[in-house]
Design a protein around this ligand. Structure first.
Ligand code: ADP
Ligand code: MG
Length: 349
């Protein structure tokens, strides 16, 4: 009998102590934890000894402590149902993580208690967010396909007639100039949309990156000089060729260069560099411009996010989409009033 009990205890102990989810027991009527397993400590970066001296709210970011409090009150008021919720957790080092809790009532040493199971779902949340963003992009792409084609034809005839009228009218040239430039703008938006709508391309062509970048720098140079911006380049030797859709990559490079120039209203230097890092082609665009505020970094790539009076907020969305289609990534590093670096990583295949 004694041996059986010992075995049972060992079994339960290893089930709880060695499991991959955080586990705790807390009394309903008392603050703090009665027991926490080692994994719960790992999730938040505390030791078990530290955790038992803390309360549940200490593990929650301040803005969301009400959630925990509400659930505790429900328990105190006699609610014995299972409770399942998510919150933003606060780690010892100040990091914020996404956490999921499943809570069940029970008794421990003859007192009403709750048993909680805690999981770090940060990575899952990030993956969900990625799916959400790309789903949004594909929906917009589909809608754009129809709309853009419908708009293109009337636009062409409007443009033609405005040009004709301008040729035959005496004066009022300024009006026609504005009308034509507005039509150009609509046309530009439509063509950016159409890239989204294009069916996925099969990439069969290997392309050298350096000539491609050189061409783009040449195209962007006039725009840059007009804005008092100098474009410097630095290419590593023996850059590998990349299997890609050349025109789409060019579009991305142009978008990023244009943004870099536009970020420097008082002029400055943009550096374009290409190298190989960890088996990936790394292409970086660094400017000395206004930088991007932290809360705006998250919005980059969202359709219509722009801080420019005449911006479309579509350039980055299209660029992200193109690079994702190439199996690559874009990352941004920015400091306000100092400058921004956009880094593109493409697989070398
Ligand atoms: P648009 O250029 O039409 O505004 P984008 O999608 O190209 O649209 O860029 C969206 C926004 O991202 C810009 O309005 C700007 O606020 C910010 N941004 C992009 N690149 C830079 C940069 N290099 N420096 C500062 N801000 C940038
Ligand atoms: Mg832009």
């Amino acid at each position: 009998m004694k041996q059986q009990m010992q075995e049972a205890e060992e079994l339960y102990r290893s089930l709880v102590e060695d499991t991959l989810v955080g586990v705790y027991i807390a009394y309903v009527d008392e603050p703090g934890f009665v027991y926490v397993n080692p994994r719960l400590g790992d999730i938040f970066g505390y030791s078990q000894e530290e955790l038992v001296k803390m309360t549940a709210s200490d593990l929650v970011i301040e803005e969301e402590r009400d959630i925990v409090r509400t659930h505790q009150e429900r328990r105190i008021n006699g609610d014995r149902s299972n409770i399942h919720y998510q919150f933003r957790g606060l780690c010892k080092n100040g990091n914020r993580i996404d956490v999921e809790v499943l809570q069940k009532t029970s008794t421990y040493k003859q007192k009403p208690a709750v048993i909680g199971i805690v999981q770090d779902i940060t990575e899952r949340k990030q993956a969900e967010e990625l799916v959400r963003k790309s789903e949004l992009l594909s929906v917009i792409g589909q809608m754009a396909a129809g709309v853009a084609h419908e708009i293109r034809n009337p636009l062409t005839s409007l443009k033609g007639f405005v040009q004709l009228l301008r040729a035959h009218s005496g004066g009022k040239d300024e009006y026609y100039r504005i009308m034509l430039s507005e039509l150009d703008r609509i046309e530009f938006i439509i063509s950016e949309f159409l890239v989204l709508a294009k069916p996925q391309v099969v990439f069969q062509r290997k392309r050298e990156m350096q000539p491609l970048l050189e061409q783009i720098v040449m195209i962007a140079d006039t725009h840059a000089i007009m804005h008092n911006v100098q474009i410097l380049t630095s290419y590593a030797d023996n850059l590998p060729a990349i299997v890609c859709e050349e025109n789409q990559l060019k579009q991305v490079f142009l978008n990023l260069l244009k943004n870099a120039v536009e970020a420097m209203p008082n002029g400055g230097v943009v550096t374009v560099s290409a190298s190989v890092e960890d088996g990936m082609m790394l292409i970086a665009f660094t400017d000395q411009g206004c930088g991007i505020a932290e809360e705006q970094l998250l919005k980059l790539g969202e359709p219509f996010f722009t801080t420019k009076p005449n911006g479309t907020g579509l350039g980055l969305m299209v660029s992200y989409k193109i690079i994702a289609n190439h199996g690559g990534t874009i990352s941004v590093c920015s400091k306000e009033e100092t400058g921004t670096t956009f880094e593109i990583r493409l697989p070398v295949r």
